[in-house]
Design a protein around this ligand. Sequence first.
Ligand SMILES: C[S@@+](CC[C@H](N)C(=O)[O-])C[C@H]1O[C@@H](n2cnc3c(N)ncnc32)[C@H](O)[C@@H]1O
Length: 260
Amino acid sequence: MKSGPQTGRSRQEVIQNELMWHEEEAHRRMPIDEFLYAPPAFEPVIDGGIAFLEAKPEKWLLEVGCGEGKESVKFREQGLKAVSIDLSHVQLQRAQELMQEKFGDGAMFFVQANAEELPFARDSFQAIYAKAVLHHLDMDIAYEEFERTLMEDGRISITEPLAHHPIIQFGRFATPQLRTRDERPIPFDEFEQFAARFSQSEVNTFFLLAPLAYIFRVSPKGERLFRKTHTFLQRVDARLFRTFPFLRRFAWYSIIKANI
Ligand SMILES: C[S@@+](CC[C@H](N)C(=O)[O-])C[C@H]1O[C@@H](n2cnc3c(N)ncnc32)[C@H](O)[C@@H]1O
């Protein structure tokens, strides 16, 4: 189960390319990321993923691919002992700046590391949090690293964009410059198969009609209407996913909540 097109390139080349893109190009995504992910649009997904971990303040939590640190901030707010890793030093720098802005210091464990070769011993973590990073990784290697570093009874939440939401697919098609060469949103079936590797797992889907609400976010005055419509459509989506499970494959995002 490999993520990324099978180009015949070695993982080392892919990782090097990912590193360079995230150091040099990722800033181009910032306006669109702000538009799509600014709170409270993703809070139900993010907060659900964090709450599931039942992270204990005295044990270590690993955040994989922390990017600009939006969730690293939440871990600190909750008094958790987190190590946040990312391949890109530039992303980690931004995460540290965000920490400084919010708390007046950058005190947090930020480590530049490749998620496919985690620099931690077996059973290091009670919880692992990974959001929007698995689709950059070789899924077989990532699973082995999660399995190796998560202790027995540990919990993991993995949140990922899926491959078949029609509007999001169109957006991706129209803006290839905002993505790395090898990343690949994951088809729902593959994501479910990945979830099945864990001893216990649950897969939830989000956002089918809810993305339509973004039409109101285009104007700053539309933010209130965006929030109301987005909340309402999320409820409709939840009901649609329950009633017509085949629609789950067209969700924009999905989350695995699992135990090793
Ligand atoms: C789409 S961003 C998601 C960032 C953050 N988790 C979020 O949801 O806002 C993907 C992040 O994964 C990082 N990344 C990509 N490949 C990686 C790897 N092999 N190891 C660690 N981080 C990686 C990128 O540098 C980038 O910051």
